[in-house]
Design a protein. Structure first.
Length: 369
């Protein structure tokens, strides 16, 4: 068996050497991906969605439908951060020891996986026993729930605080293209074997990564088995009847049906569902005023409130430190951003969260519903 099949279409993105992000665009086959990749590598950083998809979003068909991923694998992204402690910076060797533990465990279990040194961390691609082809946001959530159970057990057993919990199974998220250039680190992403992982220092890996590499290095043979459970639907009505659903509220704040269903049901929401949920709560708390018009002390109160709300949802992988870090990013912003506004229907639909036309529809998604 070779490398995990790369499905198409999928989306790609370039981040220029100066940090400026480009726009997501479609690539429909391997040739288009290779041409894009070769045309950009060395001038900036190139990323693609972790998955390919079976459908595009009408009417323009210029974006993928995030409800239709082809899920054959997941990616564990390790950075020099402690995500259990508000994402504080940690030494490279502290993070590398965690990847060693995971790699050893996967070898012992004969789990199919591939490892790339990314320049500042590692990406571990893990194969699945079965390919999943969901068609709705609820289907995606059930798969994510099953994946979170696996990852949660690995985290508890192996102690992996530098594994970014938002990356694996994020059907809208992006990952650095394997073997592509990292402009910030001044090196190439390279596949690594057990000896390199166990015995090479960061400086030694950086030295090797000054030259581009190709291909992959396979470890293990068996895909991970996901056990999907039936997810209780907060709304018993059928999709076409959602318009008649009663309002749901938290401490007096009305919650949109799409967010209630995707972020408040049993199991673990997708990363985009969490982001939209937090953004919406933040906007409601400030009465939908622009973020820059709200005082810092008020925003800090909003952070505490939102973290408290999330802590009561029963998410399998809930971690207060990680949650607070993510909520602070949404509410307080950073890098010139003063905080996020609630997502429009168009973005909620693009994220695969819409439950159907409801009375809160804002008119921004003509032709998408």
């Amino acid at each position: 068996m070779g490398f995990i099949t790369l499905d198409f279409p999928r989306e790609v993105l370039e981040v220029a050497a100066n940090g400026k992000k480009g726009y997501r665009r479609l690539v429909k086959n391997w040739e288009e991906l290779e041409n894009y990749w070769k045309g950009k590598s060395g001038s900036g950083d190139v990323y693609f969605t972790s998955y390919g998809y079976r459908a595009l979003t009408p009417p323009r068909n210029h974006r993928v439908d995030y409800n239709t991923p082809i899920i054959r694998h997941f990616v564990c992204d390790f950075d020099c951060k402690n995500f259990h402690d508000k994402g504080v910076e940690v030494p490279f060797d502290f993070m590398q020891e965690q990847v060693k533990r995971l790699h050893t465990f996967l070898l012992e279990e004969d789990v199919l996986h591939y490892i790339w040194f990314s320049g500042g961390g590692f990406h571990v691609w893990v194969g699945l026993e079965k390919t999943f082809t969901p068609s709705t946001a609820l289907d995606v959530t059930r798969i994510k729930d099953a994946g979170r159970v696996i990852l949660s057990s690995w985290h508890k057993q192996l102690d992996l605080p530098s594994n970014d919990p938002t990356v694996a199974f994020d059907t809208a998220g992006m990952i650095r293209i394997p073997n592509s250039y990292n402009s910030r680190r001044g090196c190439w992403g390279i596949p690594i074997d057990s000896n390199m992982l166990y015995n090479f220092t960061h400086d030694e890996l950086l030295s090797i990564a000054q030259e581009p590499a190709s291909g992959y290095i396979k470890h293990g043979n068996k895909g991970v088995k996901l056990k999907l459970k039936e997810r209780k639907n907060l709304f018993k009505s059928k999709r076409t009847e959602i318009v008649d659903l009663p309002d749901l509220s938290i401490d007096g704040l009305t919650i949109l049906p799409c967010l209630a269903q995707s972020a408040m049901g049993e199991g673990n929401p997708t990363h985009r569902a969490r982001f939209q949920f937090a953004s919406y709560l933040a906007s409601r708390l400030r009465w939908f005023f622009p973020p820059e018009q709200v005082k810092l002390e008020e925003k800090e109160k909003h952070v505490d409130f939102i973290v408290d709300v999330i802590s009561r949802q029963g998410w399998v992988d809930y971690d207060e430190g990680v949650t607070r870090l993510q909520v602070e990013s949404v509410v307080l912003g950073g890098n010139g951003n003063n905080g996020y506004n609630a997502g429009m229907c168009r973005t909620i639909i693009s994220d695969g969260l819409c439950t159907g036309m409801c009375k809160f529809y804002d008119g921004t998604a003509e032709g998408m519903i």
